[in-house]
Design a protein around this ligand. Structure first.
Ligand code: NAP
Length: 290
């Protein structure tokens, strides 16, 4: 069994990005600048945004964190987005999700200038992605493709099962893996909460991407020998033995599945770090494009 080490791979990627940034600076070109908007004080969101800002510093990007209170109105948030759209120093920005319930997420995502949408969530970028045109790929599926490529996991002609059809992970993952591309050309089945007998699909899969948010959903009896497992899940599970009172669990029961897997991502240290690295890669791309 080979561990698909997202921590190491993302660190290699960040080193490569840092070299590219040094070169930009040496050539007298612009330093990439990523901004992040955070609304409210959700613990997990604050952790994610802080990791993104820290990663920017590590590779030599400029970063701006716009920290807004929970009470921020939709109108105020749209105004902040407009300021970032018009700020010529900002190459790309993200609005950390989820947003407070009184704000319409779709309206907010639509307000982001597609050329600065380094999360790849704007319908224009989703459309380009679906048509295999150059765009910003959503960071999590993009990170998974990168991991599969760097570990030379064959996807062409393979049976892939993606569990979960969210707009940010499952759906784009299923599209990308089915496209004519490296880390593509797979036969993809997308399953979800209304799928009958998921096990019948997973038992026939060469590669499984689990992105449903149910801790340890995928167990050893649901997979075949030699399967490649990509575990996207991140759920805080109460654990009194841990200093923080919780542990991070993936969607895969690692102990039983890893005994049968050819390749598997750990949680933490698999897909999570890759997501941040790909956001940086998209920001570098946004800067170079301008
Ligand atoms: P989401 O928007 O909640 O979507 C979950 C998907 O799973 C839905 O399509 C849902 O089906 C499906 N599902 C729910 N229960 C199911 C079941 N019993 N059997 C089969 N499918 C089921 O979740 P998400 O945003 O994609 O996130 C999924 C997980 O990945 C979460 O743990 C999240 O924290 C994690 N995540 C990690 C990263 C990272 O960087 N590692 C990034 C993003 C998300 P329906 O559509 O039918 O409801």
């Amino acid at each position: 069994m080979v561990l698909l080490d997202g921590k190491k791979t993302s660190s290699d990627l960040k080193d490569e990005i840092a070299i590219a940034v040094k070169q930009l600076k040496a050539d007298g070109k612009k330093t990439p600048h990523l901004a992040a908007i955070l609304v409210g004080t959700d613990g997990a969101s604050m952790t994610y945004v802080n990791s993104k800002v820290k990663a920017c510093e590590l590779v030599g990007f400029n970063s701006t964190l716009i920290d807004l209170p929970e009470s921020t109105s939709e109108e105020q948030l749209l105004h902040e987005i407009e300021l970032l759209n018009n700020d010529t120093d900002i190459d790309g920005f993200i609005v950390q999700l989820p947003l407070p319930k009184h704000i319409d997420e779709q309206k907010v995502l639509m307000a982001v200038n597609p050329d600065k949408d380094v999360d790849g969530f704007h319908p224009v970028n989703v459309g380009k992605m679906a048509l295999d045109l150059p765009t910003f790929l959503p960071a999590t599926p993009y990170g998974i493709l990168e991991l599969l490529e760097r570990y030379k996991v064959e996807t062409s002609g393979k049976n892939v099962v993606v569990i979960g059809r969210s707009h940010i992970v499952g759906r784009p993952m299923s599209i990308l893996l089915s496209q004519k591309r490296s880390a593509g050309n797979a036969t993809v089945t997308l399953v979800h909460s209304l799928t009958k007998d998921i096990k019948a699909f997973t038992l026939n899969a060469d590669i499984i991407v689990a992105a449903l948010g149910i801790p340890e959903f995928l167990t050893g009896d649901m997979v075949k020998d030699g399967v490649t497992i990509i575990d996207v899940g991140i759920t805080r599970v109460d654990d009194a033995t841990r200093p923080r009172g919780y542990r991070i669990a993936g969607d895969v029961h690692f102990e039983s599945v890893s005994k049968k897997a050819g390749y598997i991502t750990p949680v933490p240290g698999g897909v999570g770090p890759m997501t941040i690295a790909m956001l940086l890669k998209n920001t570098l791309l946004a800067c170079e494009r301008r």
